[in-house]
Design a protein around this ligand. Structure first.
Ligand SMILES: Nc1ncnc2c1ncn2[C@@H]1O[C@H](COP(=O)(O)OS(=O)(=O)O)[C@@H](OP(=O)(O)O)[C@H]1O
Length: 374
């Protein structure tokens, strides 16, 4: 009512002023309309951008640490053959990857690369040893633009061999020409059937074994089990068949895994020594760049991962990867890596060292490398 009377009084008494007012009103309406459409366009664009970013995240392979949740994204994906078009785009992407500063792959490059390439069976596998430092090695290697690796442990050659090679291949990330596909499953080293199975996949497979003082390794192994089962008997009671005789219980896996010479014998039936690289778990902590140099040489890779990629994190007490450019995430390993070990008596330690000594010497002889475990 009020609105109608105002207009009618206006049109009757002050036509000039009214038309001016109308023009002004119309102009304002137009402005508001264009602002509104701009606003909607922005919303549409923003939603699209969010959608695209989400898509990128979905295809981005995330490192999987044993202490963290394993994402469903680590599951098998359908393999796609590399066609001519993707091959040319792939070389472009490959160039982008190798041009990346410090060899650290930026997020956007990874997501692009992930849509190209093909899934191949691994040319190199970190086969052991459990608690040797295998996760650290794999994460350090993943910094290299020519290495693509599965985050989770596939356990193909020990647990899932029945699923077949095609299943295994499908677990692998896509690689471009010249890139190496890798995985790590530390239990392969002690699996009797693993050497034959790996050999039947390819006799050219490069095998990396991260070894650590078997006594410290056994304690590390025990610490991990203890963290899952707090009621576990003491290390000492598990390590010895009988504490008075001091007989070591080799049926306990924490002890058995450390008899490296015995497990290596099994592998040497199928692979020559030249197919192996033995990485010192101790040096991987004290000199990560030095060990990484050896690993890259062994894999036939350019030495991209160097000392400038590492810093020593005082709180963690371990070397960590420097922040990759454009990311605020530090690259230390998770809480399950570098745990504090329970105190073990000197007497127990001495007995264990005595037990391992002959096996260690045999291992040094077989590998031609003295790891310096006393
Ligand atoms: N950079 C860095 N950060 C953290 N931890 C490191 C690192 N380098 C080597 N290590 C040692 O790795 C030990 C765990 O070995 P694995 O990764 O082979 O364990 S597992 O078999 O996969 O469970 C782990 O053993 P614990 O110290 O007993 O936890 C570490 O000593």
């Amino acid at each position: 009512m009020c609105h109608v009377s105002a207009v009618s009084s206006c049109s009757g008494t002050r036509p000039m002023g009214c038309s001016k007012w109308r023009a002004a009103f119309n102009f304002g309406h137009l402005k508001a309309q264009s602002k509104l459409s701009l606003f909607f366009t922005m919303i549409v664009l923003f939603t699209y951008l969010l959608y695209c970013l989400n898509e990128c995240c979905d295809s981005h392979p995330r490192p999987v640490y044993e202490n963290g949740p394993v994402s469903s994204r680590d599951g098998p994906e359908g393999a796609q053959p590399l066609d001519a078009h993707s091959a040319s785009s792939a070389s472009l992407v490959r160039k982008q990857l190798s041009d990346s500063p410090n060899g650290i792959q930026p997020f956007y490059n990874i997501s692009i690369a992930n849509n190209f390439g093909s899934k191949t069976l691994p040319q190199a596998i970190i086969i052991g040893v459990k608690k040797g430092g295998t996760r650290a090695l794999l994460e350090f290697l993943r910094v290299h633009p020519d290495v693509r690796a599965v985050g989770a442990e596939p356990h193909f050659f020990d647990r899932f061999y029945d699923k077949g090679l095609e299943w295994y291949r499908n677990l692998m990330p896509r690689t471009l020409e010249g890139q190496i596909t890798m995985e790590k499953t530390p239990s392969y080293f002690i699996t009797k059937e693993a050497p034959r199975r790996v050999h039947s996949m390819s006799r050219h497979t490069k095998l990396i074994v991260v070894v650590r003082d078997p006594v410290t390794r056994a304690i590390s192994d025990y610490t991990q089990t203890l963290s899952k089962s707090p009621g576990l008997p003491s290390f000492q009671s598990l390590a010895f068949c009988n504490t008075t005789t001091g007989l070591i219980d080799t049926s306990w896996s924490a002890i058995r895994i450390g008899i490296y010479a015995k497990h290596l014998e099994n592998w040497l039936r199928y692979f020559p020594l030249s197919r192996f690289l033995f990485v010192s778990g101790e040096r991987l902590v004290t000199d990560p760049a030095g060990e990484m140099g050896r690993v890259q040489d062994f894999l036939g890779l350019k030495r991209v991962v160097t000392d400038k990629h590492f810093y020593f994190n005082q709180t963690k007490g371990f070397p960590c990867l420097k922040k990759p450019e454009g990311s605020s995430r530090p690259r230390c390993l998770g809480k399950s890596k570098g745990r504090a070990h329970p105190l073990i008596s000197n007497e127990v330690l001495l007995r264990l060292r005595d037990f391992y000594r002959p096996f260690n010497l045999k291992f040094y002889q077989m590998t031609g490398h003295d790891f310096g475990w006393s």
